[in-house]
Design a protein around this ligand. Structure first.
Ligand SMILES: Cc1cc2nc3c(=O)[nH]c(=O)nc-3n(C[C@H](O)[C@H](O)[C@H](O)COP(=O)(O)OP(=O)(O)OC[C@H]3O[C@@H](n4cnc5c(N)ncnc54)[C@H](O)[C@@H]3O)c2cc1C
Ligand code: FES
Length: 262
């Protein structure tokens, strides 16, 4: 894990209330694996005091990109950053997705800003020789950054304004109907309600699903005990999302034990 002050290379709004920031850090770029996150300090004031957690979205050579919704003070400050502005970055943090193994097709399912860890994961899976399909859902087309960042994307919108008319579980069901469900593994990130519905769907069909959680977090490095998630398996009652997660087999955790932040 490194802590660096980097310089913003690029900032943009890419969809309704969706922003990206790109910066260069050779050390963090080379150390980061899919599913890990960064802790960003919005600015050098005491308000907001705490760093904010953001999944690594894409890495291209030494360039690192994050993607985020503006939901409060910290993200509002980040969205206003311009090229050349400094940014205090800590990372990479957390345990990566468990994407190694014998399977042919990875289905990456995301909702809203849950798109965040999917491009870096898709790139790594393609390099490993896996087939990759992304199923990405949002309320409406304007909330989707539809600019080539996802591999083989299928979009789903609640209002039918882009792609499949319905949610990502419906779009997944249609895809599996056409392509079959053998030799697939699923990875997902999004609102807890979406993860819960996807978990039920996958469990009913015996499909392996790993989810990336976005919970309330403070220190991000295992000190404050502020990010517990209840375990459904094993000897421990709780683990900390920042150090043991954020990526878990859906059946290892009690999803309802973490308040949804979306
Ligand atoms: C491992 C991890 C990865 C994440 N990756 C992304 C990402 O890639 N893109 C993205 O947009 N968001 C991501 N989040 C959520 C992001 O950290 C919060 O949206 C951010 O901290 C909110 O800061 P704020 O100051 O703007 O909002 P605040 O003013 O702190 O809060 C505004 C609202 O956001 C909620 N909130 C506060 N803190 C968090 C938190 N840590 N996580 C989630 N919601 C929070 C509050 O309940 C409140 O409703 C991630 C969170 C975690 C734990
Ligand atoms: S955020 Fe402090 S222990 Fe996880």
């Amino acid at each position: 894990m490194f802590q660096e002050t980097v310089s913003i290379l690029h900032s943009a709004q890419v969809a309704e209330n969706v922003y990206t920031l790109e910066f260069v850090s050779e050390r963090i770029a080379h150390a980061t694996l899919p599913g890990q996150f960064l802790n960003l300090k919005p600015d050098d004031s005491f308000d907001p005091l705490l760093r904010r957690a953001y999944s690594v979205h894409r890495i291209r050579e030494d360039r690192i990109e994050v993607i985020f919704n503006v939901v409060g003070k910290g993200s509002r400050i980040l969205a206003a950053k311009e090229p050349g502005d400094p940014l205090d970055v800590m990372g990479p943090l957390g345990v990566p997705f468990h994407y190694e193994g014998e399977y042919g097709t990875a289905i990456l399912v995301s909702g809203g800003v849950g798109i965040a860890p999917m491009p870096i994961l898709g790139d790594r899976l393609l390099a490993l020789g896996k087939s990759v399909v992304n199923i990405h859902g949002a309320r409406t087309a304007g909330m989707i950054a539809n600019d080539g960042r996802l591999t083989n994307p299928i979009f789903a919108t609640d209002d039918g304004s882009l792609g499949f008319h319905g949610n990502v579980v419906g779009a997944l069901d249609a895809w599996l109907h056409d392509h079959g469900a053998s030799n697939v593994r699923l990875f997902a990130c999004g609102p807890n309600r979406m993860l819960g519905a996807l978990g039920e769907y996958c469990n009913a069909r015996g499909l392996p699903l790993e989810v990336s959680l976005e919970c309330q977090m403070a220190c991000g490095i295992g000190i404050c005990q502020g990010c517990p998630v209840e375990m459904a398996t094993g000897n421990r009652k709780y683990t900390l999302v920042c150090t043991h997660g954020p990526n878990y087999d859906i059946n290892d955790i009690v999803l309802d034990s973490i308040p949804s932040v979306h």
